[in-house]
Design a binder for this molecule. Structure first.
Ligand SMILES: [Zn+2]
Length: 312
């Protein structure tokens, strides 16, 4: 088709024309370019550009170097810090280890000391028990063997409550003191003697008169009692008790304190012919019960009956 063909030819012609124009433009520009390049200003500009490029390159190089140096410095610092930290850590570990070892040593020393103290305590307890056992044996021998006259030396002693103080007159005279253990004067008591003192052994309503403790004092009981009753009751008590006490040995004296004073009433003094008998009585009676009362027995160094007792 003709129209189409012509259109195509025209298009090709336009294309060729444009190509030619472009070639000519490039050629012209090349000419202009070479003309410009040959000018001194252009040469100067080129040189400046080259210098600028070189400056840029150097600047970048400098910066890279500086960065690298900074990095190396940081790295060195980090290394140094790491070493310091590691050394510190090692030191702390060593210190902890040292403390642990020290504590272990201290604990071991403490345990050893405790063990030694326990052993020492046990040794002393064993020794005391053995000594006590030996004393009991000697006491037994002394009580049983009538040919041996001397009592164990441990018993030939006098106990004193306040050795530095003067003697309690009341205790010395009666072996009883209203102040008891709280008395500030000296009470002297033998470990062994011929006389035994049994406190509050004899009880009787008539002796309870004036008692402030109502639970011990039967308010009406003493009203029905007469001195004759007291005498009869005392005789019964005497027969009963002396009978029992004579089993330990010959009795020389038997006295009862018929006093209504609370710290004196009913005390019984028993004097044996020998200390041996008194010791037998003491060993057998101490802690025993009589009329549902626990006996409290001790040795007495009473010098004179008069003043100490009022009834027999
Ligand atoms: Zn006293």
């Amino acid at each position: 088709n003709r129209r189409t063909w012509r259109k195509l030819v025209k298009k090709q012609q336009r294309h060729r024309r444009r190509q030619k124009q472009a070639r000519e433009r490039e050629k012209q520009e090349a000419i202009e370019q070479s003309a410009r390049e040959s000018e001194p200003e252009y040469q100067t500009w080129l040189k400046q550009q080259a210098e600028l490029e070189e400056f840029k390159r150097l600047t970048i190089e400098h910066k890279q170097q500086a960065d690298e140096e900074a990095w190396l410095r940081r790295e060195a610092l980090a290394q140094r810090q790491f070493q310091i930290d590691a050394a510190k850590h090692r030191k702390e570990q060593a210190e902890m280890e040292r403390l642990r070892a020290q504590q272990a040593d201290e604990l071991a020393a403490m345990l050893e000391e405790q063990r030694m103290r326990r052993e020492e305590k046990k040794r002393l307890a064993d020794k005391a028990a053995a000594e006590f056992e030996a004393l009991l044996q000697r006491m037994h021998d002394y009580m049983e063997d009538t040919t041996r006259c001397t009592p164990p030396s441990e018993l030939q002693r006098v106990l004193e409550t306040h050795p530095e103080e003067r003697l309690c007159e009341f205790y010395t005279r009666t072996n009883c003191c209203r102040y008891g253990h709280s008395c500030t004067f000296n009470h002297r008591r033998p470990m062994l003697a011929k006389i035994l003192l049994i406190r509050h052994f004899f009880t009787h309503p008539l002796l309870q008169i004036g008692d402030t403790h109502k639970e011990y004092a039967n308010a009406d009981a003493h009203l029905e009692q007469t001195p004759q009753d007291l005498r009869a009751d005392y005789d019964a008590f005497f027969n009963d008790v002396v009978d029992e006490l004579q089993k330990f040995g010959k009795i020389i004296n038997f006295r009862v304190v018929c006093n209504t004073l609370p710290h004196l009433r009913g005390h019984v003094f028993v004097e044996y012919a020998q200390e041996r008998y008194a010791l037998r009585a003491f060993v057998n009676l101490q802690g025993r019960y009589y009329a549902s009362r626990r006996l409290n027995v001790e040795f007495s160094n009473l010098k004179a009956w008069r003043g100490a007792v009022c009834g027999t």
